[in-house]
Ligand binder design. Structure first.
Ligand code: GLC
Length: 726
């Protein structure tokens, strides 16, 4: 429906709120409910429903021509011409694929994350996508959970900084810009707290843990202006997240003032029946809508139940109007009513353009974490006589895309073998042997691999997980290298040829043997389309790695959950004292700690200054120090600030990240880094669940990781201060 004298809602000169109200007043109840229904893909049946105004959104449709074709049905063949909003999981790139979010978090550089998100948004928007189901901001302390790959790791402070950066990157300055898409922080909330690290499993946590660990990244995303949010699958303390008025209304809308709309995760409304809190689709729809879920992703529950519930008086139509208002407002803000179609020529120009691929390489380099480099084995000379590149992931075009790789194409991926071949001198002989599969027990390929190792001066062993071993519904009970990969490493190690291990994985792995015996280990995560070039740049020293771990690596799965910001307990572990909190069979410390990452150069910290040291209610605390590059090679260092509140009315973590900065320093260069702590940054929930700062000493720790503390100091807060809950 278009043409003729324009109704107000089609007049772009009118304020959005007026256009929403004008349109809402024209809609039938069926059309209103239609806006609250989202379906995946396109079918003849969906096209019919679109014509009847009974679908508001599609996911998993993309491409300028196809989205234009479908949008024309909605805009030109339905009664009110309400455009569809097209959603897609654009998590770490659209077609130019970047490192998985756990890798992006390893940059500890929000500017990098913002850049990756803005490129992804530009490519997706050019191809007719309006909305990404991202960022995934679930805090994850359990690496058995496959979705740890999709987020920013275990820490609320780092996670909040990344959440903000993603939203700013995706949404830019205005949703109506052609290069932006609306963000959708997910999965609200505490989905990462699944018992046993098993996806979709029960989450039962305290209100304090909910508010101090799992909510902050969502709070940051909402403050950054996220236009939508996705409710999660999980049962949260007995009330599933997609029917939870406490989190969806009291906190999200009441405390935070969130004005966007909430979409359920895939059929999460229908699953309320399986959870056992709804006996049928009518109860499920009623609970979800009253809790605050505005749109039903692929559940077909709202379509079947809401009209009847309103007609029977079980749901006030006003609740429907509120939901539809929020959905329409986002569509107006996106400019869909005024510019419903995209220009196919634009997509051809910007998707996978040179600038985006160059950015992908820079971002991949910065995501790499150097876990170990004994004897400075790395970087290697590119003039070596012979190099053996071995392992199931050495020439794998799929794995570097990682899980949720959107429209990433394996043909676009540069493998490690290709990267190395592009780097070494013409006289260097590069041998390749797969050695074994990622999974499975066959060792048939060992002989060929060992021959290559014996003939070479160094082995580059590329091992890890397949891209399907992390992401959704991809949990692992063990965290070891899958299959016989460790046996392959041991056999290679026995040849005596030095080994550089490149790890490709979607989660922390308990690589204890390798950490003990392999001299150099590079954590490469799944780095995206430019993986091979980025890894080769690090191996041969064209790029000095500066990434840091956003998650703790356990020695074994038996340590899980293990995270850096833990409580002290009454008997903190002491290696030589039996009656303290530790294990009989392994050291209690992690294999690699949160914030860990090495460099080809060295950094010295000095000159810690804290001011004021007596802090009043209205003061801010400045923490200043210097970092110097005392090596002979330029490099990045991520300086980290941790705080401890040693005595409080409730137990507090032994340390909490409260500041970080990635700086690039030339050899000999020194920079001063300053963090400003607001008093609210020190706040916590006391025994009455009030957000407070209590008088007393606060310890300051500055360092290169949560364990590699270089400078310490303290300050004293003089006053008791209360803050708003969130
Ligand atoms: C999935 C995921 C969610 C994703 C959605 C749409 O089940 O849980 O993260 O955004 O469905 O693909």
């Amino acid at each position: 429906m278009r043409g003729g004298d324009k109704p107000l809602y089609l007049d772009p000169s009118q304020p959005i709120d007026r256009r929403v109200e004008d349109l809402l007043a024209r809609m039938t109840l069926e059309e209103k409910v239609g806006q609250m229904c989202q379906y995946s893909g396109i079918t003849m049946e969906y096209e019919r429903m679109i014509r009847e105004g009974r679908i508001g959104s599609l996911l998993n449709v993309f491409g300028a021509d196809e989205t234009n074709r479908i949008q024309r049905i909605a805009v030109e063949e339905s009664r009110l011409g309400i455009p569809l909003i097209f959603g897609l999981d654009v998590l770490h790139g659209y077609k130019t694929i970047f490192p998985i979010p756990l890798g992006l978090a390893s940059t500890w550089d929000p500017d990098i994350v913002r850049r990756a998100a803005s490129i992804a948004a530009a490519e997706a928007a050019a191809d007719g996508v309006h909305w990404t189901f991202a960022p995934m901001v679930d805090i994850a302390r359990d690496p058995r959970w496959g979705r740890i790959a999709e987020g920013a790791g275990e820490d609320p402070y780092l996670g909040s900084a990344m959440a903000r950066a993603y939203v700013e990157g995706y949404q830019g300055k205005s949703l109506s810009d052609p290069d932006t898409i609306v963000a959708c922080p997910k999965h609200y909330v505490a989905y990462g707290g699944a018992e046993g690290g098993r996806d979709y499993n029960t989450v039962d946590i305290s209100e304090r843990t909910l508010r101090e660990i799992y909510l902050p990244p969502f709070r940051a995303a909402v403050k950054a202006g996220a236009g939508t949010l996705m409710s999660a699958f999980n049962d949260l303390n007995g009330i599933p997240a997609s029917a939870n008025p406490h989190t969806l209304r009291t906190i999200l809308r009441g405390e935070w003032g969130f004005e966007g709309f909430v979409v359920s995760d895939w059929n999460a409304i229908g699953e309320l029946i399986t959870h056992g809190i709804a006996g049928n689709i009518y109860e499920a729809a009623e609970k979800a809508l009253k809790a605050g879920v505005d749109m039903d992703m692929q559940g077909d529950v709202y379509r079947r139940a809401l009209v009847q519930l309103v007609r029977e008086g079980r749901i006030p139509e006003g609740l429907i109007d509120d939901a539809v208002r929020r959905i329409l407002k986002i569509k107006f803000m996106l400019g869909l009513f005024d510019r419903p179609y995209v220009d196919p020529e634009r997509a051809k120009k910007i998707i996978k353009c040179r600038e985006h691929l160059e950015a992908a390489l820079e971002i991949a380099r910065k995501s790499i974490v150097l876990l170990k480099n004994d004897g400075n084995l790395l970087p290697l000379s590119r003039d070596l006589g012979s190099i053996a590149v071995i392992g199931p992931l050495a020439d794998d075009h799929e794995a570097p895309l990682g899980p949720w790789s959107c429209l990433g194409d394996p043909k676009d991926v540069v493998t490690v073998l290709e990267g190395i071949k592009s780097k070494v001198s013409p006289k260097t002989k590069v041998l390749y042997a797969k050695g074994c599969d990622i999974e499975g027990s066959s060792k048939e390929g060992f002989d060929e691999a060992l021959r290559a190792a014996r003939e070479s001066e160094v082995v580059i062993a590329v091992v890890g997980e397949s891209r399907d071993m992390s992401g959704e519904a991809a949990c692992r009970a063990y965290l070891d290298l899958p299959g016989v990969q460790e046996d392959l490493l041991k056999a290679l190690h026995a040849t005596g040829t030095p080994i550089v291990m490149v790890l490709m994985n979607g989660r922390p792995l308990s690589i204890s043997w390798a950490a003990e015996n392999i001299p150099a280990i590079i954590e490469a995560w799944f780095l995206g389309v430019q993986a091979g070039y980025a890894i080769a740049d690090v191996i041969f020293g064209d790029y000095n790695p500066g990434g840091k771990l956003p998650v703790t690596f356990p020695r074994t799965v038996g340590q899980v959950p293990i995270y850096y910001n833990h409580k002290n307990t009454g008997r903190p572990p002491l290696p030589d004292v039996k009656w303290t909190s530790k294990y009989l069979d392994i050291p209690y410390t992690p294999l690699f700690p949160f914030g860990h990452g090495l460099s080809y150069t060295r950094f010295e910290y000095s000159g810690l200054e804290i001011s004021p040291v007596e802090v009043g209610a209205n003061d801010t605390v400045k923490v200043r120090f210097r970092v110097r590059n005392v090596g002979d090679r330029e490099g990045d260092e991520v300086a980290q600030l941790y705080i401890r509140d040693p005595v409080a009315s409730v137990t507090r973590p032994v340390k909490e990240l409260k500041g970080f900065k990635r700086v690039t320093l030339k050899p000999g260069e020194e920079k001063t880094i300053e963090f400003t702590l607001m008093l609210e940054d020190l706040s916590f929930l006391n025994s009455e669940m009030k957000r407070v700062v209590e008088p007393g000493e606060f310890r300051v720790m500055v360092g290169s990781s949560s364990e590699d503390i270089r400078l310490t100091g303290s300050f004293t807060v003089k006053d008791y201060v209360e803050f708003p809950l969130m």
